[in-house]
Design a protein around this ligand. Structure first.
Ligand SMILES: Nc1ncnc2c1ncn2[C@@H]1O[C@H](COP(=O)(O)OP(=O)(O)OP(=O)(O)O)[C@@H](O)[C@H]1O
Ligand SMILES: [Mg+2]
Length: 348
């Protein structure tokens, strides 16, 4: 939070503090669930013009922060993940075994993490609404699979989220028992495991990690949600080990957006979040085809382009986004390497 009388530029410190926000700890997760400040109301132009330059900078700070913050759009991936996840939580409530789960899988940067964390947030907010004075409940557990993970590392990730001391003396069974005990006591209903592609079944550790996750899913009476890059092609769903998961999990594939109605809606939704004084609503919608070509239909690239251009517009005082302003925002490496200009260049 910005302290009263904070120096201009304080939003940068806030942004840094926020980037340190870790969803993989209970504290960070709870902050994420709670955070959603209302958008700031910009001062009318005449009042803004009367401010000193320093005061203007302070007033701009809130708007800069607003555009730096990611506003989640209810895309079909988000909606589908939230609805399917909630349905499974309800169906699993009375299951004693063979609980069903969800896998969100697709290429990098297609909104998997956003979708599963929105599901987690929805579940936690509903749980809080249902049990208002029960702060000891931990309805959602969120972990990521570390690269080159061993089974013990995975168990330790569960422990770390819950804030359990995971000392070296404890063996993996001790950790699993402690985690399962806490999850049962605190009524954990949803366990989200992200970055599942970090499990490689080509080595022994990978197979052990997969088995450990399966054991956790047997010990914790919760719905499990997995997400990762191209899981269906990773071997995690084949063989005897994978067949069991494949038969119990619903797959939600994620993609780049094709050019069409949903893309247009996405551009419109992002444009509506802009708080720029001279921006004419509809300018970006009119550029939707150009934006699709430039970003290759990648939602993350689109959001970065628009928010980057909005921040430039405030800092430079132009207060609007135009095509040249969008062109000034560098693309990420993936989009840069596949941009039409580059592809044409490569053909030459
Ligand atoms: N529903 C959404 N609303 C707004 N922006 C979104 C949404 N979904 C994704 N994005 C944007 O796309 C970016 C990438 O999304 P996300 O991190 O969820 O992808 P991912 O599929 O988990 O990627 P990776 O495979 O690299 O983990 C986000 O940082 C955000 O800018
Ligand atoms: Mg992700």
């Amino acid at each position: 939070m910005t302290e009263p009388g904070a120096i201009p530029g304080g939003f940068l410190e806030d942004a840094e503090a926020e980037s340190g926000q870790q969803l993989t700890t209970l504290e960070g997760w709870r902050e994420f669930v709670a955070a959603e400040p209302p958008p700031p109301t910009p001062l009318p132009l005449h009042e803004y013009a009367d401010l000193s330059p320093v005061e203007q900078e302070v007033a701009d700070e809130e708007r800069l922060d607003h555009h730096a913050r990611l506003l989640v759009v209810a895309t079909s991936t988000v909606r589908h993940t939230v609805t399917s996840g909630r349905r499974l939580v309800l169906l699993n409530r009375h299951a004693i075994s063979a609980r069903r789960g969800l896998i969100v899988s697709g290429p990098a940067g297609t909104g998997k993490t956003i979708a599963i964390t929105q599901l987690g947030r929805t579940h936690e907010l509903l749980d809080r609404a249902r049990h208002p004075h029960r702060s000891e409940r931990i309805p959602v557990l969120y972990i990521t699979v570390p690269p080159a993970a061993t089974a013990r590392m995975i168990a330790a990730e569960f422990g770390r989220f819950l804030g359990l001391p995971v000392s070296r003396r404890l063996n993996i069974t001790d950790i699993i028992e402690a985690v399962a005990g806490v999850c049962t006591d605190t009524r954990t209903g949803l366990v989200i495991v992200d970055e599942l592609h970090n499990i490689s079944l080509t080595n022994r550790h990978g197979a052990e990690v997969a088995d450990t996750l399966k054991y956790f899913s047997e010990r914790i009476p919760a719905t499990f949600v997995y997400a990762g890059i191209d899981i269906e092609r990773s071997g995690l769903l084949t063989g005897t080990r994978g067949a069991q998961i494949a038969s119990r999990f619903t797959l939600i594939p994620t993609h780049r957006f094709p050019y069409g109605a949903e893309w247009k809606g996405l551009v419109a939704a992002l444009e509506q979040t802009l708080l720029l004084r001279d921006h004419k609503q509809g300018t970006l919608v009119a550029l939707d085809r150009y934006l699709h070509e430039r970003t290759g239909g990648m939602i993350g690239t689109l959001s970065h382009q628009i928010r980057g251009a909005a921040i430039d517009a405030i800092l430079s005082g132009t207060e609007k986004i135009t095509k040249p302003a969008l062109q000034a925002i560098p693309l990420d490496f993936t989009s840069e390497s596949r941009s039409p200009a580059k592809e044409a260049g490569a053909r030459r």
